[in-house]
Design a protein around this ligand. Structure first.
Ligand code: ZN
Length: 206
């Protein structure tokens, strides 16, 4: 067990190094440059990740927009005036957090954390493992033929007790599944945010 866990962590780290990282400093000249279209000169980036539009909002905050896969990716340039070094931060288009660098991935720019989630969700999804476990436990109680047995939008709380099982045992097993279902949903929502963007973030998660 501990070995497997350790291995998983190494894997996560490897993902970020496969992708080209752009540091906030790359954007520093844009704080004073005229607004308009620019291109990052880098042989590692493709056209979509290179071409950007520099704009400024009413409050004088500058941001750049990349059009990747026909979708706009906004990155805000935030100068930290409190520090003597005048450090520049860039915001991640997905989580909107201030970062010192972002990574170019296939159809996006994202921070290390968001990309970690993105790739974790594509390969070894924790929520997929949890989903498999939930389905397995459901089948043990209701059998393979129960129509909703694989349906993750259905909750076992309302499903009938099979005849062969005692009430007490049934309730214990059912409550266990309900508990797992409760753990499953936040993970699934988190994954949707990462894959589809912030328009999917539920209101309460701000
Ligand atoms: Zn992010």
């Amino acid at each position: 067990m501990p070995k497997g866990h350790h291995y998983g962590r190494n894997q996560t780290r490897a993902y970020t190094t496969e992708y080209h990282r752009i540091h906030a400093n790359v954007f520093k000249p844009l704080l004073k440059a005229p607004l308009g279209n620019y291109s990052i000169s880098s042989e590692y980036l493709n056209d979509n990740h290179r071409k950007l539009k520099l704009e400024e909002n009413k409050n004088g905050v500058r941001y750049v927009t990349f059009t990747i896969n026909d979708k706009p990716h906004h990155i805000v340039l935030k100068l930290d005036n409190r520090s003597a070094s005048n450090k520049l931060y860039i915001t991640c288009p997905y989580c909107q957090k201030q970062r010192q660098s972002l990574y170019a991935i296939k159809n996006a720019y994202g921070c290390r954390q968001c990309i970690g989630l993105h790739y974790a969700s594509q390969s070894e999804r924790p929520q997929e493992r949890l989903m498999r476990r939930i389905r397995k436990l459901r089948k043990e109680l209701w059998g393979n033929d129960w129509p909703f047995v694989n349906d993750m939008f259905e909750q076992v709380a309302y499903w009938p007790k099979p005849k062969w099982i005692r009430w007490k045992t049934f309730e214990q097993k059912r409550n266990k599944i309900t508990e797992l279902e409760k753990r499953y949903w936040p993970m699934a929502v988190k994954q949707m945010e990462t894959m589809f963007g912030k328009q999917f973030i539920p209101e309460h998660q701000k």
